[in-house]
Design a protein around this ligand. Structure first.
Ligand SMILES: [Zn+2]
Ligand SMILES: [Zn+2]
Length: 349
């Protein structure tokens, strides 16, 4: 079992690109939000890496990746040491370049809808699904989903001042469907991110920060699971975290109302144990197991189909058929079920 859990906030922008906070601001916000590590993805630059900011800062590990491309095909990479050239028209080149450096990469906000109030309504979608070799997909981008919901000025004001989570409905269904489709062929990893910019917007008399880093770091996080604790040594800790992201030893959670710390999903057959991200040949006798830090409604998704739902804090579910299995969890808050956790896959081939 992978016993050591670390909470990361991925897809963060700083003043190295179009974010408003510098590294010190971001680290401070991460500490306040109790996030263990930050994945920085400034547009088209590894400036923070070159300036020596990657590493531990007051108990927060700052990892520096980048975000490539312009109008379409935004790609998040980590573990690269040379800047990856943009290639918006041919994103396979970007993916290959990242892989060539031994890095990992994720398709960002592939199905966002955009809002006519921002960027002239442009949506930075991913259109070329013939690409190969990417590590995974960011299935839940908080800022992108927030913007999708800001379809009118009034709605934007409502979402800024009264109910920021109004449009936050869970991981993007189309991104999950694409992930389910790919997982049937090969390993693919789900991550979540915030696309944090802490951007200050001004509409007439209204100014607002959408949203401060600290706020966003409490929303959609990616929790990684490791076999050993982080050591404080940058190189070995990077290997641990990037290894977990590469292999799918991680899950996506909306931690705002309820921390998902302690969620585990594994499979066992009395002799062996599989973690999220692990693959095996299908045999009979396997059970899916999960535990939650509080009761929720767990759904079992098999080859993209919801085959079981149950309100519980502990799940035991017999694996009767080969295929790929993942979990989705919702939790009741007041009179409403809110999206909470999206696991990665366990693969029975
Ligand atoms: Zn982007
Ligand atoms: Zn971004």
């Amino acid at each position: 079992m992978l016993d050591y859990e670390y909470v990361g906030n991925l897809h963060v922008h700083s003043t190295y690109s179009d974010g408003t906070g510098d590294i010190a601001d971001i680290v401070k916000a991460a500490r306040k939000a109790s996030v263990d590590f930050i994945g920085l993805n400034d547009h088209h630059t590894l400036g923070a890496l070159k300036d020596g900011y990657e590493g531990w800062h007051d108990g927060v590990l700052l990892l520096v990746g980048m975000e490539n491309n312009h109008n379409y095909h935004h790609y998040l990479s980590y573990g690269v040491t040379e800047e990856v050239p943009d290639n918006t028209e041919n994103p396979q080149e970007v993916i290959d370049h990242v892989n060539g450096q031994g890095g990992i990469g994720f398709i960002a906000h592939p199905f966002e809808k955009g809002s006519r109030l921002v960027f002239g309504g442009h949506a930075y979608t991913w259109n070329n699904w013939a690409v190969k070799g990417f590590t995974g997909i960011c299935v839940w981008n908080y800022s992108s989903q927030w913007r999708d919901g800001a379809t009118s000025f009034l709605k934007a004001l409502y979402q800024i001042y009264l109910n920021p989570h109004y449009a936050i409905t869970g991981a993007c269904p189309r991104a999950l469907a694409k992930l389910d489709e790919i997982a049937r062929e090969r390993k693919v990893v789900a991550i979540g991110g915030t696309d944090a910019h802490a951007v200050n917007v001004k509409y007439g008399p209204f100014t607002a920060c959408i949203f401060p880093y600290e706020f966003l770091f409490r929303t959609v996080n990616t929790h990684v699971l490791l076999a050993a604790p982080l050591s404080g040594d940058l190189n070995s800790d990077k290997i641990g975290i990037y290894g977990a992201l590469r292999h799918g030893h991680c899950f996506v959670a909306f931690d705002y109302y309820f921390s998902a710390n302690g969620f585990r999903f594994w499979a066992e057959n009395g002799r062996e144990l599989l973690n999220m991200g692990d693959e095996t040949r299908f045999t009979t006798g396997w059970q899916l197991r999960a535990k939650l830090p509080g009761a929720g409604e767990i759904s079992v998704i098999h080859n993209g189909q919801r085959i079981h739902s149950e309100k519980t804090a502990e799940l035991t579910f017999a694996v009767r058929d080969p295929g790929v299995y993942r979990l989705e969890v919702r939790r009741r808050k007041g009179g409403k079920m809110i999206p909470w956790i999206y696991s990665n896959f366990i693969y029975f081939r």
